[in-house]
Write a protein that binds this ligand. Structure first.
Ligand code: ASP
Length: 294
């Protein structure tokens, strides 16, 4: 058993790559801070990266200002379809659900699937699995976006954590794209696309145009760059690849040393982060952030 050092950890969350109206900026920062604090509570008590990522994403899912869980946008049929995933960097296990309509916190179903051989369950199959595992269900209307809370185009939420054991976790949750084709699934529940985590390397969680992120294998690209580069340079490499197909995205990254960085080419990207040696902070644009050493 590795020695437990709960004094060394790092966590970063995001609330989506998008345009945030000025009157909603404070709510986005506040939502990110609350999510970070939920994760920090777990990490300082010696909890795992998976537990901290789940707790942080649950807070973001429950906040209607973000397009995930409660606050999800409707597809072209006027229905909710949520996707979520979590990846455990210690054994590369992944739990993911897609096109679910009745799961109160889709990240809970993803976590329940982590210990199963199955990686991804969709629609009714995922909901049946969730019910069997005691994950809370709800009515689709309970998840619908509140118009005034979510007039920013809305986006995905995500989290990356490294805990005191050196274990890394990455998570995503989304209501998908507003008005999307029914049954459409984006990058968020797909490992190597919307998220990735690997002990000894780090983790990443993405938001943005799912099709472009899938086509460029953006999370995978970033992780391979992270083996030999700082989080900032690894993100830059992934965005250079994304430029081949031209799309907006945002990325949060932590490496195996606990170094944190984030990048976006969307106008705004709400992010909050904290580390054992750094108080929680939140921003809506990268240029506002003096960097983790400040
Ligand atoms: N990546 C998500 C999707 O394509 C949505 C987003 O992050 O904007 O479903």
């Amino acid at each position: 058993m590795p020695e437990i050092d709960t004094g060394r950890w790092a966590i970063i969350v995001h609330g989506g790559a998008k345009d945030i109206p000025p009157q909603l900026e404070a709510r986005h920062r506040q939502g990110c801070l609350m999510a970070v604090e939920a994760g920090v509570r777990i990490l300082t008590e010696g909890g795992s990266a998976i537990q901290a990522a789940q707790a942080a994403v649950r807070v973001l899912e429950d906040d209607p200002v973000f397009n995930a869980g409660h606050g999800s946008v409707k597809n072209a049929d006027g229905d909710i379809e949520c996707d979520a995933a979590i990846m455990d960097g210690s054994d590369l296990s992944v739990g993911a659900v897609a096109a679910v309509r009745r799961i109160r916190n889709p990240i809970d179903a993803a976590v329940a699937l982590l210990s199963d051989k199955t990686v991804l369950l969709v629609a009714e199959g995922a909901e049946r699995f969730a019910r069997a595992r005691g994950v809370a269900l709800c009515e689709p209307k309970d998840l619908q976006a509140v118009p005034q809370a979510c007039d920013a185009g809305c986006d995905t939420v995500g989290c990356v954590v490294i805990d005191g054991y050196g274990d890394v976790a990455a998570a995503t949750s989304t209501g998908g794209l507003d008005g999307a084709r029914p049954g459409r699934v984006g990058d968020s529940p797909l490992p190597g696309c919307g998220l990735s985590a690997e002990n000894g390397v780090g983790g990443v969680s993405l938001s943005g145009e799912g099709e472009a992120i899938i086509r460029t294998g953006m999370a995978h690209c970033l992780m391979r760059a992270l083996e030999f580069n700082t989080p900032g340079d690894a993100a830059k490499a992934a965005f250079e690849r994304l430029a081949r197909v031209g799309a907006e995205a945002g990325a949060i990254v932590i490496d195996a040393e606990g170094r944190i960085d984030w990048m976006h080419n969307s106008r705004d990207f709400a992010v909050g982060y904290a580390r054992h040696d750094m108080a929680a902070r939140a921003f809506t644009r990268r240029e506002q952030d003096p960097g983790e050493t400040a």
